[in-house]
Design a binder for this molecule. Structure first.
Ligand code: 13P
Length: 250
């Protein structure tokens, strides 16, 4: 069975609720009737109700960009998986490189968040990827192995059924430099083999591994034609409805 692709927008820290509504007003007619792939949009927390309201009669899923692993408590500024579900979120990005780079996210906090997201019934999109220095030093495989091993630690194959992974080489994020389809394929194969070790062959065969890093309307097709690439996580090019629609309908 071929894996259904997931085209997911990561809006990062862009758009107000009104701007989110404007986006969907323009975007929805552009993708109406498009059912080949799944589509998800992950806006900032404060835009979630606006996005969920706008997308409610469509097949578009709405996700968050982060979450905390505790259910509730004195954790100022944090949002739990239960809170995301309560507003109608289905997906959550975990361990994005910007959170690792600027906000102290570690392999261990990624693991705690992943466990909590799966437990709550959210679809986690776990991000892994090497920085430029690691690639240049020949460390890409070691980094990806470590990130997967630690993220997947002590999670059963049964629990991980909904898992999605995104391979985002950090040097390709927001730089206009895209990984070649071949380079992405190598990384995806390695991630899939780590998932097989952690969760078994069946889950690994069904696991969707997205590519992220400067995906644009003009390079999406060659990436998506690779058997190992099961969709995309799109930053900058997902902010404009026409450009995101062109990517989704590559
Ligand atoms: P860009 O598409 O802007 O390179 O961002 C990729 C990304 O970080 C998606 O999570």
């Amino acid at each position: 069975m071929p894996r259904k692709k997931l085209m997911a927008a990561n809006w990062k820290m862009y758009k107000t609720p009104d701007q989110a509504r404007d986006f969907f007003r323009e975007f929805l007619p552009l993708v109406a009737g498009h059912s080949r792939d799944e589509i998800a949009v992950c806006p900032p927390f404060v835009d979630l109700p606006a996005a969920i309201g706008s997308a409610k009669d469509s097949k578009i899923s709405i996700g968050a960009q982060d979450m905390y692993w505790e259910k509730e408590g004195a954790f100022t500024g944090e949002i739990s998986a239960g809170m995301l579900l309560a507003v109608g979120c289905t997906h959550v990005i975990i361990g994005h490189s910007e959170r690792r780079q600027y906000f102290g996210e570690t392999d261990d906090t990624v693991n705690l968040k992943l466990k909590a997201a799966l437990e709550a019934g959210l679809i986690p999109i776990v991000c892994v990827g090497e920085v430029l220095e690691e690639r240049e030093a020949g460390l890409t495989e070691d980094v990806l192995r470590r990130q997967c091993l630690r993220a997947f630690h002590a999670i059963s194959g049964k629990k991980a059924a909904k898992l999605v992974v995104a391979y985002e080489p950090v040097w390709a994020i927001g730089t206009g430099k895209t990984a070649t389809p071949q380079l992405a394929t190598e990384a995806h194969s390695l991630i899939r083999s780590e998932a097989a070790k952690a969760f078994g062959e069946t889950l690994a065969d069904n696991l969707r591994i997205l590519y992220g890093g400067s995906v644009k309307p003009d390079n999406v097709k060659s990436l998506m034609s690779e058997k190992e690439i099961d969709g995309a996580l799109i930053g900058g090019a997902s902010l404009d409805p026409k450009s995101f629609a062109a990517i989704v309908k590559y």
